[in-house]
Design a protein around this ligand. Structure first.
Ligand SMILES: Cc1cc2nc3c(=O)[nH]c(=O)nc-3n(C[C@H](O)[C@H](O)[C@H](O)COP(=O)(O)O)c2cc1C
Length: 428
């Protein structure tokens, strides 16, 4: 049974009729029949952690919200521009009511006056699906005034962004939602104190809120029946790249990476071997096959020297040039840097240029010192973590595949020329 990717089991779940036939909006009804504190406690007890990348406990985040102001906002982050991550896309396209219901439950718990869903500009199908679902929900009284006869009223805005990776960062997202250029704000103050239009705001990922209806219906103990004590519940893993069955897989946290790669996603392409995976979207250190036994939960991944991140598992095999992959990714961060902070703007530019130089056979051994030196001048030196996010894959590639970097330099060419499929160097 899928609780998030319900379209896999239930045809037509994107329509309100079918959604209601399978307990749709019962989580919201249950929440509204409870005190707000009890809803927050239920979410806290479930141990749900944010699925936007950092894994911060959702209930704890909610508890920071300044309740002293008359206006409070809940913003659902469906910007999803992290390379290799396409779970929120499936959710909003095929199970939009569950994302909306989750947003409404969060809004009720936080006594918010308005909720927004912020959708990545390129995800037009998902945006239209959400709009249709919102109109249906509004038409049946699930959005609007006095929900289920209570004193709780809420309006919901579906906002389509201009399409920029940085707009997924919560303060850049708020700037964009307010109609300004998407650039991060200085923190503190954090959005829980000063967020949208200067009012207290909680930003939660779309997958995070999609977990709320089943938690409210089935209870926190049920949710804790999946995963581990510190990483409970279910998570969607987006698997892409050089693998037989790239797809979204909804699995209990702590499922083994090797099980995801072989059992579910079918293993490597015929005649090839896995070389590495980037397990949490593009912003985390890679794992080599010797680490594929790792359990996919926040703690085990951290012990293995990487992060669960967004759950986007990008698979590289023996046809992928590791230097080319790093160059490809750095070009992504270079293009997506908003330019506000000099270390990120300049650092991503130079790292991309140097990696390109090495990949094309024009690098020198000095470049292998230059790259970590530039990385050192980017990491932790910017307003938001975009610059930091550009570093882990490159640095881990240099650590685990140093010999491949050196071969590029010594042979003055890419040793994989002739083998590699340039189109598949990195999924973008
Ligand atoms: C450059 C950058 C891009 C991000 N993109 C996203 C995104 O697309 N979706 C998302 O939910 N969080 C994204 N985040 C994380 C958000 O800032 C925020 O932490 C998250 O939405 C919180 O939701 P959660 O508590 O439910 O995980 C991004 C962060 C950074 C630094």
């Amino acid at each position: 049974m899928h609780y998030l990717l319900r379209n896999r089991d239930i045809q037509g779940i994107e329509s309100l009729d079918v959604y209601r036939e399978s307990q749709g909006y019962e989580g919201l009804r249950t929440a509204i029949n409870m005190d707000r504190d009890k809803v927050i406690r239920t979410v806290q007890n479930s141990g749900l952690r944010g699925r936007g990348g950092a894994g911060f406990p959702t209930g704890r985040k909610w508890s920071f919200l300044d309740q002293s102001q008359s206006q409070r906002y809940i913003v659902v982050n469906a910007d999803e521009a992290e390379p290799g991550t396409f779970k929120d896309r499936e959710l909003i396209e095929h199970n939009p009511h569950q994302v909306i219901e989750g947003a409404l439950i969060a809004a009720y718990a936080l006594n918010a006056t308005k909720a927004f869903i912020f959708v990545r500009g390129e995800l037009l199908t998902g945006y239209e699906s959400l709009l249709r679902a919102k109109n249906e929900a509004q038409g049946h009284g699930y959005v609007g005034s006095h929900l289920f006869g209570s004193d709780f009223s809420i309006s919901l805005g579906i906002f389509r962004s201009a399409g920029a990776y940085i707009c997924g960062e919560e303060t850049a997202l708020l700037e964009s939602l307010e109609g300004r250029r998407g650039q991060p704000r200085i923190k503190p103050p954090f959005p829980a104190q000063v967020g949208l239009y200067g009012q207290p705001t909680v930003v939660n990922n779309a997958e995070t809120v999609a977990n709320l209806p089943p938690i409210l219906i089935n209870g926190s103990e049920w949710y804790r029946g999946y995963g581990t004590a510190d990483s409970p519940g279910l998570k969607i893993f987006s698997v892409s790249g050089r693998i037989k069955r790239p797809d979204n897989y909804e699995l209990p946290l702590a499922t083994r990476l090797e099980s995801l790669l072989y059992e579910f996603a079918g293993g490597p392409l015929e005649g090839h071997d896995f070389k590495a995976v980037i397990p949490g979207g593009s912003s985390v250190p890679l794992l080599i096959p010797a680490s594929f036994h790792v359990a996919l939960d926040y703690e085990s991944m951290s012990r293995e020297g990487t992060m669960l991140g967004s759950g986007g598992v990008i698979v590289l095999d023996d046809t992928v040039c590791i230097v080319g992959a790093a160059a490809r990714l750095l070009k992504f961060y270079r293009g997506e840097s908003c330019g506000k902070c000099t270390p990120c703007r300049e650092g991503t530019f130079w790292m991309a240029a140097i990696l390109d130089r090495i990949e094309s056979g024009l690098g020198t051994m000095k470049d292998l010192e230059l790259l970590p030196d530039i990385a050192d001048n980017v990491g932790g030196k910017c307003l938001c973590p975009l610059g930091d996010a550009s570093l882990p894959f490159m640095l881990s590639a240099m650590k685990y595949f140093r010999a491949e970097f050196i071969r590029h330099i010594e042979e003055h060419r890419c040793p994989l020329d002739g083998i590699k499929n340039r189109n598949l160097t990195m999924p973008s």
